[in-house]
Design a protein. Structure first.
Length: 286
């Protein structure tokens, strides 16, 4: 057995062509509860499916509705663990997306969740930032800025006012992106910036496992959760469409639309069984 075999065994067979030994694997990719493996199960399969264009178009319509109704339905590419261009925000370590869907008229960023609790936290508090967006000095490098990342040349707050009802020259207590909304904000900005490059439409969505015991499924439906508060911060004229869709909803949609496609029906069964196995675990971890 080589080092990738345990991971391969945790992936739906039709997704195997999308992976390779040097793929940027998470440490737990061989485990049932791996969100990376679940994302590759589904989107690795779509990447190689003869109906890829149609499947992606159906996903976009379901997740974003009329907001994305005017985009082209052909020419979709599916990219897994996509590292964004380093010059997008001046990040020393560029953002890596779970899934990027692109064609000539749209850019869709997907954050894929399984057993995680919310998004990813900002790495700066409490050592380099006090958790508030206000003028302060980073004790580690002596840089003075409202955001420790701004002090390092990262340009998130340059673009945040374009998409959110937040002023980057006023203080915010607490910083709205010090917690789990940080990851949501970063992915939305990626979608917006990449779309603007070629005058395309941008969208950011969460794909999650629906289960009452999984924290992300609860968060998506709670208006007062981090996800709910994140959406309330969006400008009414935000150029990036935002949505959420469960794996189960997505696979049901595809199976109904393509009733004779055995690969999609087998994938739906695979995902359902994986979620059921995780449901039986006494506790959930990444």
């Amino acid at each position: 057995m080589n080092d990738i075999d345990p991971i391969r065994q945790n992936l739906f067979p039709a997704a195997h062509e999308s992976i390779w030994r040097a793929f940027p694997w998470h440490s737990g990719a061989h485990q049932t509860h791996s969100s990376q493996a679940l994302a590759i199960d589904v989107f690795g399969t779509v990447q190689n499916h003869p109906l890829c264009d149609l499947l992606v178009s159906e996903l976009v319509t379901k997740a974003f509705g009329e907001q994305m109704s005017d985009i082209a339905q052909q020419g979709w590419t599916v990219k897994l663990e996509f590292r964004v261009p380093a010059n997008l925000f001046g990040e020393p370590r560029p953002t890596q997306l779970d899934v990027l869907l692109e064609n000539d008229t749209a850019v869709v960023v997907l954050e894929c969740k399984f057993t995680e609790t919310g998004g990813g936290l900002c790495s700066q508090p409490p050592e380099q930032c006090n958790g508030r967006y206000e003028m302060q000095t980073n004790p580690k490098n002596g840089k003075r800025a409202r955001c420790a990342l701004t002090g390092k040349g990262v340009e998130y707050w340059r673009w945040i006012p374009r998409y959110f009802t937040l002023d980057n020259v006023r203080s915010h207590d607490p910083c709205p992106f010090a917690g789990p909304a940080y990851q949501y904000m970063r992915n939305l900005l990626v979608a917006g910036r990449m779309a603007r490059w070629n005058k395309r439409r941008g969208a950011f969505g969460i794909v999650y496992a629906e289960c009452e015991r999984l924290p992300m499924a609860v968060e998506i439906t709670d208006a007062n959760s981090e996800w709910g508060r994140f959406q309330k911060l969006l400008r009414s004229d935000c150029a990036v469409s935002v949505g959420a869709l469960s794996y189960q909803e997505l696979l049901e949609l595809w199976c109904k639309a393509h009733p004779t496609d055995t690969t999609l029906h087998e994938l739906a069964k695979w995902v359902r069984q994986k979620i059921e196995r995780v449901e039986r675990e006494p506790a959930f971890s990444r």
